[in-house]
Write a new protein. Structure first.
Length: 135
């Protein structure tokens, strides 16, 4: 059996750290125990600072089932997820690293669509969100 050297110990530690990092990247929104947390793409509907924010995954059938919301125009930027502030669609986009940005807070990536909606409400400072025109 080869003797344990500092080089082998460091190599093993680096391999373990890389494996743990890869696991975290492959399963965003799931804790080590396998339970969802706020990073998951679960639907939400809440009042934040007096504004109603909503979000849910969308499929090919648009936003059926969400009161007051038509299917709108989804072009895939939101990775199959739609977010609304007071019933107006907030365009969101998922970055390659898993973070989310919106048309309102484009330079401030956040961890979840809910956080993107909250950041938009903070940035709007009471102003109405205007519909974003389609191409």
């Amino acid at each position: 059996m080869p003797e344990l050297t500092r080089r082998r110990a460091l190599t093993a530690a680096a391999a373990l750290a890389a494996a743990a990092g890869a696991q975290a990247l492959l399963a965003p929104g799931v804790s080590a125990a396998g339970h969802s947390h706020e990073g998951s793409l679960e639907p939400f509907d809440e009042v934040y600072k007096g504004r109603r924010i909503q979000g849910r995954p969308v499929g090919m059938d648009g936003m059926k089932g969400m009161k007051g919301m038509d299917g709108g125009h989804h072009h895939g930027h939101g990775a199959g997820y739609a977010v609304f502030v007071d019933g107006v669609e907030l365009h969101v986009m998922r970055n390659a690293d898993g973070s989310w940005i919106s048309v309102v807070s484009h330079y401030d990536p956040v961890a979840t669509p809910r956080a993107a909606a909250r950041a938009a409400v903070d940035e709007l400072q009471g102003a109405a969100l205007l519909p974003f025109p389609a191409n």
